[in-house]
Design a protein around this ligand. Structure first.
Ligand code: AMP
Length: 228
């Protein structure tokens, strides 16, 4: 399986799409936001320093995030294929990633850009909920992903929670950081010939169908290369 990078504004649904790819294809989902949140939860010294940066919506230093990512990428389960969600976030990280992957003998097969406008992204951020038990994601404003029983997980029946950085004020900071730092990655991956642009204005299943066509294409290329 070809490894994938997701590029998208905050709250675009990268986590939801990654979950679908995990279920359908067995990809490993690596979200640097999740790795950082785990560090925060552990209440380690590093975690305490991260809390303030992350709840302000600012970016964590490239060194800290890259080290967490490196530790995750050397785990054996990443050998079958992984999705990077939230990394790289800027050109410097893209270059660090290129070097890191060479060292690890891994490659990125596709950068998938989930294209959407700022208002839709903000609406999604403000409606976003997740189950603290199983991690399943919901959106209270969207018919397709709202919980059946308002505020509770369909599977665990546990009260859903929202992220502390999903407020209007923090969203604006995160979105500006995205425009300034992350959007330039589109040209970077276009030049490498691995950028795939997906219209992400529809429902999660519409977006998923478009991503599936990219995966099919990648599989076709692998089969052709190895004459399978
Ligand atoms: P996310 O879950 O991807 O929205 O990330 C949540 C927060 O974690 C971001 O607002 C940043 O503070 C931090 N973060 C996640 N990934 C990175 C990264 N690659 N570089 C710097 N900061 C990051």
């Amino acid at each position: 399986m070809k490894n994938i990078i997701f590029i998208a504004p905050p709250a675009a649904g990268k986590g939801t799409q990654s979950e679908i790819l995990m279920k359908n294809h067995g990809y490993i989902h690596i979200s640097t936001g999740d790795l950082l949140r785990k560090e925060v939860e552990s209440k380690s010294e590093l975690g305490l320093r991260l809390t303030e940066i992350m709840s302000s919506g600012e970016l964590v230093s490239d060194e800290i995030v890259t080290e967490l990512l490196r530790k995750r990428l050397i785990e054996k389960d990443t050998e079958t294929g992984f999705i990077l969600d939230g990394y790289p976030r800027n050109i410097a990280q893209a270059k660090i990633l290129d070097d890191l992957l060479i060292t690890l003998g891994k490659k990125i097969g596709a950068a998938i850009y989930l294209d959407m406008d700022v208002d839709t992204a903000m609406h999604r951020a403000l409606g976003r909920l997740s189950c603290p038990e199983c991690g399943r994601g919901y959106n209270k404003y969207e018919e397709a992903t709202k919980p059946k029983n308002e505020g509770f997980c369909d599977d665990c029946n546990i009260a859903l929670t929202s992220r502390s950085d999903d407020t209007e004020e923090t969203f604006k900071i995160r979105f500006n950081a995205y425009i300034e730092n992350t959007e330039p990655l589109l040209d970077y991956y276009k030049e490498l010939g691995i950028l795939n642009v997906i219209d992400n204005s529809g429902t999660p299943s519409e977006t998923s169908a478009l991503i599936e066509s990219v995966i099919k294409w990648l599989t076709f290329i692998v089969m052709k290369r190895f004459k399978l």
